[in-house]
Design a protein around this ligand. Structure first.
Ligand SMILES: *Cc1c(COP(=O)(O)O)cnc(C)c1O
Length: 592
């Protein structure tokens, strides 16, 4: 067995004090918190405020804020270190119920100034940590330290982007950043955009502008004011069967209904088939329906595939539909010289979604929504007399209010801006390429493994695969690619939970589109640029090992059932079903 040996709580050097914290951490934290005492954060010589004597009530801003923050941050950082060491792997080795009980216990026990270190340690211990090379399930990136430090500055100052007088510098910075990102996409100077909570919100915005413009023109009404017309041609949205579910969600929220979304056929790699799109658009037009939008995906969530953007753009234009590109995942390819050509045609989109909390290594949330022509933003414009009065704007106070669906809004662009200036496009591109290389190495390792089956070559940094169980009862242990697809599904689903339970790895699980058994696939999404091909091999080895353990557990159960059935018959009584597993205790160790 080459899997990582996990540190258990008993391995943590310091003795426990019964609270779950180590004594060294307790001492450290107590010292730091005393230093941060009740008066910290109060200006010397100033009359003490009413709240000053209250421990934990210091503020983070003004010139005094950093002084109050420093000991708290040191305590939080020490707790993060301690909690991560105690976890010792990508995820805590606990069943969900055990972890929940531990969280509830710690939460109930955390009091006063101890709450921060105690709960930060718990959070670190109880996290799935994308900075661990064996945590590679989702589009869940390990944030860059520099981005997190920038985010901390934002948290301390708390600018809100809904009015200039809550975010004077941040307003300009967001505008500059968006211009830079628009250029990256290939848009001209007419572009506009906003930071969002992510692809879900960006897709909603794209479809909202599409609805208001296309349906508005066709029905001769201002849809954002008068609502979706109840008569007239039925509005339709076209997107691939592998598109993100937020497209359907957006159609529902926009009053079009999820059924307005036409799923367009895809190929084996889950890329939209342009012929199928052309056919679907033609059928829609022939039926007298209204094609409101074509949504192409640049980087599908499961396979990272990029739809044929130029063909989609051409077809959307031909039918008068809005063209939105969901590049929440694949937008990161724009940072890489090697991968950027995959996104050729994105500059033709009316609107685009990018997520910097995926291939951008930012803390959540770092979504970006861009439109090619600022004038298409019209239906979102808002005037709130208390936020962006006309005379303020005329006097030179800009407002971002009318660009967002939200009102209060964090300055989430700041960490992106700092990251871009720190690493540059080239530096970030190297990180993207590193993850792409990892995916290629991982796919090669899957192909070389007798028990693993690759679904398709990676396009970006993710790929689907599965563990192939042996044919039942076969002595030669050859992988069985055909028999009992339901069993393959069951074992793949169970092996992933086993890896979680044992705290060994976090692997994704999804299903191929379609019907019937045999569609369960495992997924690796490689977003850790510091992981190595050896790490990915270790991860795949753990998958194969867990698959074998599941096979043995199933075989063991079947054997037990048979034995229990016989015994039951003999004794004239039924045998209860055992759910316990005996993996590893039965059957000889086999090479994987
Ligand atoms: C992640 C993702 C989304 C959703 O984005 P959030 O940031 O999670 O809201 C939408 N589309 C695609 C293709 C994605 O990968």
């Amino acid at each position: 067995m080459t899997g990582r040996v996990r540190a258990t709580e008993a391995d943590v050097p310091a003795a426990r004090d019964g609270s779950g914290r180590s004594e060294t951490l307790s001492a450290l934290v107590d010292g730091l918190l005393t230093a941060a005492g009740p008066g910290a954060g109060t200006r010397p010589g100033a009359a003490p405020s009413v709240a000053a004597p209250l421990p934990g009530a210091a503020l983070s801003g003004s010139a005094d804020g950093p002084g109050a923050l420093e000991p708290l941050l040191r305590a939080a950082l020490a707790a993060l270190e301690e909690g991560a060491a105690r976890r010792g792997g990508p995820v805590p080795a606990l069943e969900p119920g055990e972890l929940a009980a531990r969280v509830a216990r710690e939460y109930a026990a955390a009091r006063g100034t101890e709450a921060l270190p105690r709960l930060a340690s718990l959070l670190a211990y109880g996290s799935a940590d994308p900075a661990d090379p064996l945590c590679a399930a989702h589009l869940h990136c390990p944030p860059l330290a520099v981005a997190v430090a920038a985010d901390l500055a934002v948290s301390a100052l708390n600018p809100s982007q809904d009015s200039w007088d809550q975010a004077p510098a941040a307003t300009t910075l967001e505008t500059l950043l968006l211009a830079e990102l628009a250029e990256l996409v290939g848009y001209g100077g007419e572009a506009a955009g906003v930071l969002t909570s992510g692809g879900t919100e960006s897709n909603l915005m794209g479809l909202m502008l599409a609805r208001d413009r296309v349906l508005g023109r066709a029905s001769g009404r201002q849809v954002e004011l008068e609502g979706v017309p109840r008569t007239g041609p039925r509005p339709r949205v076209f997107t691939s069967a592998a598109a993100h579910f937020s497209v359907q969600r957006a159609a529902a929220l926009l009053g079009l209904g999820e059924d307005a979304v036409v799923p367009v056929g895809i190929d084996h790699a889950q890329r939209m088939d342009p012929g199928a799109l052309a056919g679907a658009l033609k059928r829609c037009a022939d039926a007298g329906e209204l094609p409101v939008a074509v949504v192409a995906t640049a980087g599908t969530t499961d396979t990272g595939t990029v739809d044929p953007l130029p063909e989609c753009a051409r077809l959307a234009a031909e039918y008068g539909a809005w063209f939105h590109v969901d590049a929440a995942y694949g937008g990161g390819a724009l940072l890489s010289d090697r991968l950027a050509p995959l996104l050729d045609g994105v500059e033709l989109a009316d609107s685009v979604s990018l997520d910097w909390h995926k291939l951008g290594w930012q803390p959540v949330a770092a979504g970006v929504f861009l439109v090619r022509r600022a004038e298409t933003y019209a239906s979102l414009a808002r005037r709130a007399v208390y936020l962006n009065p006309r005379d303020d704007e005329e006097a030179g106070y800009p407002s971002l209010l009318g660009l967002s669906l939200r009102t209060t809004r964090r300055a989430d662009g700041f960490s992106i801006a700092v990251t871009l200036r720190t690493l540059g496009r080239e530096g970030l591109g190297r990180l993207v390429d590193a993850c792409h290389d990892l995916a290629l190495a991982g796919a090669a390792a899957v192909r070389a493994h007798p028990r693993l089956e690759l679904h398709a070559d990676p396009v970006l940094t993710a790929f689907l695969f599965r563990y192939v169980p042996r044919e039942e009862g076969r002595a030669d242990r050859r992988a069985d690619h055909s028999a009992d697809p339901a069993r393959a599904d069951r074992i793949n689903a169970a092996l992933r939970r086993r890896l979680l339970r044992e705290g060994r790895a976090v692997v994704g699980r999804t299903e191929l589109p379609g019907e019937g058994p045999g569609r369960v696939r495992l997924k690796l999404t490689l977003l850790n640029p510091h992981a190595t091909p050896a790490d990915v091999e270790r991860l795949l080895h753990a998958v194969a090992e867990a698959g074998l353990a599941e096979e043995r557990a199933e075989a063991g159960l079947a054997e037990e059932r048979a034995e229990a059935g016989l015994a039951g018959k003999r004794a004239g009584e039924g045998a209860g079903e055992r759910t316990g597993e005996r993996a590893g205790s039965r059957a000889e160790e086999e090479p994987l």
